[in-house]
Ligand binder design. Sequence first.
Ligand code: GLA
Length: 393
Amino acid sequence: MNSKPTFEKLVDETRHFFVETHGCEPSWMAAAPGRVNMIGEHVDYNSGLVLPMAINRFMIVAAARAVKDEITIVASSQQSETVSIPMSNPMESNKPSWANYVQGVMAGFQELGFDLPALRIGVHSNVPTGAGLSSSAALEVATATALEAILETSLDKKQKALLCQRAEHQFAGVPCGIMDQFISVFGQADNFLLLDCCDYSIKQVPFANEELAVLIIDSKVKHELASSEYALRQKQCKAAANALRVASLREVSPQRLKSKRNRLEPIEYRRAKHVITEIERTTRFVEALAAKDWTGAGELLYESHRSLRDDYEVSCTELDELVVLAQETGVEGGIYGSRLTGGGFGGCTVSLVEQDAIASVVERIASSLGRKWRQLEFFVTRPVQGAREIAMN
Ligand code: GLA
């Protein structure tokens, strides 16, 4: 099990990295968390309901004014790379690069009419990349939070999340939904975030229970399919909505889907079935939590996984195997439920686990898999606060 990463240590490391790279102390720093989605998967781009939480893993952006006015230099410790961003207005997106997330957010501030100074930027993080824990949204949101500090301004939170999503669409070419940016902005300690992606209304859902914990298992598997299949799922959902003559699948009840089944291709039907039942499951999961019905909540996680595996087809053997192991461990062994989380095709599972059983659950799963997946990583986290500026002293 990973030892508890401390925020202060990460901030110190960022400062060191910045000084080493840029030869001066940073003047501003900001942090934004990664996220895990409890339930409501692949429904944000269908105007559905999602229930993510911000996790105790952060992206930190440190900045100081540049020496030259024309160029912003961005260095990342994770990527071991330094990228130059010419300060044109409007900005042009570069060749594919992690730095496009930073640049896209800078461009968003320019569009709002801000005059950006050229900067030296250092990016450091303990959010694993490519694990489905939203390291890219955390980078966008941390950048936006740093820019707010630099420009001595404060954007409306919703506007900030949407600006970050636009950066990802326009500068990184990733057609993501809105969940990841919202949770990185709106996360609150000890709360899941119930986000209605239809009108962006939010509700904090308390998760302060001492008996329960959220266990994330990173399979360390990343299948190349992820991005092309993500775009394809969006298309299939759109096609299903068009065939059902609605603006989004959010408007369709399970009964209506059944009665209009003949309007859909079989594959569109299965995609729509996942989305529509998943939105319902999200509501039921929140109700189960409120009723302290952990077994019922856990069962909904397993149902969500089956739906993602069979109808939405975004799972993979490794994730399926982790969920089967969770199910074999069962409530008696301390696991209420488990499912893949995030876009799928690799990445992590999320499980609802009894706090006291964590050590035995981890031991059991790790030993069942033996040496097969030596790199498997387990971590437990409570919901943490969203993005914030870090005071400099
Ligand atoms: C990715 C996207 C999110 C969401 C999830 C699936 O993480 O960035 O917007 O669509 O996949 O729920």
